[in-house]
Ligand binder design. Structure first.
Ligand SMILES: NC(=O)c1ccc[n+]([C@@H]2O[C@H](COP(=O)([O-])OP(=O)(O)OC[C@H]3O[C@@H](n4cnc5c(N)ncnc54)[C@H](OP(=O)(O)O)[C@@H]3O)[C@@H](O)[C@H]2O)c1
Length: 230
């Protein structure tokens, strides 16, 4: 398949791009900042803002499926990246007759998901970071989910829990709606998406993805995701 990957030069997008290439797909890596991402056999780089309808339309032309790992930083301002990019992507997919869309959202977008981790995570991190600091992000993720659900596409909403880096794919778990766990390795998230592209087990529903085989160090996670990450 020829796949457009949005957010291709982001932390999850890089895993997605490499894993999709390794699975034998051709990838159109869509990014605002290609950085070290350069074209090679199987890989085309398209520079586009994912909220720009014309640029998105051009990037999606000739593809068979779209994977999105787009993300916005939490902050005080209202976030529109998720819903605006979903609107542009869906319009372009409809224009080009592309049916399959997998878009990364979050466990938090499931109103019934509750953290079942360590005391610190459940009673400090989740209420302060997930439910307060990152509220504008999650509000727009829910808007994105609504926009995607209303489309006539073969969509899958992909809901990871707290993301962390782990170098290899583990024996991750998936579940419909959301999965019971507080962490997801980005390599596992990408692997679940590439696998779902082939297996189509969660079409027109949400797929939770969690990692249990390895756990992140919380101090490192807070440093890497909250402080160091640009
Ligand atoms: N962090 C967590 O614990 C967690 C938990 C659950 C779900 N998630 C979600 O998982 C997804 C992946 O997260 P991540 O940490 O791997 O990636 P991320 O740091 O959120 O980066 C995503 C990428 O999106 C790109 N992007 C943002 N706005 C764009 C635009 N208008 N046009 C084109 N590209 C744009 C960024 O590109 P630029 O480099 O050009 O800015 C970046 O490369 C996100 O949606 C995130 O919200 C995260």
């Amino acid at each position: 398949m020829r796949i457009a990957v949005f957010g291709a030069n982001g932390p999850t997008g890089r895993h997605l791009t490499e894993q999709a290439l390794a699975a034998g797909h051709d990838v159109v890596a869509v990014t605002r900042r290609p950085g070290s991402l350069t074209a090679r056999p199987g890989l085309t780089v398209a520079v586009a803002d994912a909220t720009d309808p014309a640029a998105v339309d051009a990037a999606i032309a000739g593809t068979d499926a779209v994977l999105s790992a787009l993300g916005a930083r939490p902050g005080k301002q209202a976030v529109t990246t998720y819903s605006a990019s979903a609107t542009a992507i869906i319009a372009a997919m409809e224009h080009h007759g592309v049916k399959r869309l997998l878009a990364v959202s979050s466990s938090i977008a499931d109103p019934n998901w509750r953290p079942t981790g360590a005391h610190f995570f459940n009673h400090v991190f989740d209420p302060l970071v997930n439910r307060r600091l990152a509220r504008p992000v999650h509000e727009d993720m829910r808007r994105m989910e609504d926009v995607i659900r209303r489309s006539g596409l073969d969509w899958t909403l992909v809901r990871p829990s707290g993301l962390f880096e782990h170098p290899v794919v583990t024996s991750y778990h998936t579940a419909e709606t959301s999965a019971d766990g507080v962490f997801t390795a980005r390599a596992d998230l990408a692997a679940a998406m590439v696998r779902e592209l082939a297996e189509r087990r969660y079409v027109r529903t949400a797929m939770g993805v969690i990692t249990t085989a390895v756990k992140p160090n919380i101090a490192k996670l807070v440093w890497n995701e909250g402080v160091k990450k640009k």
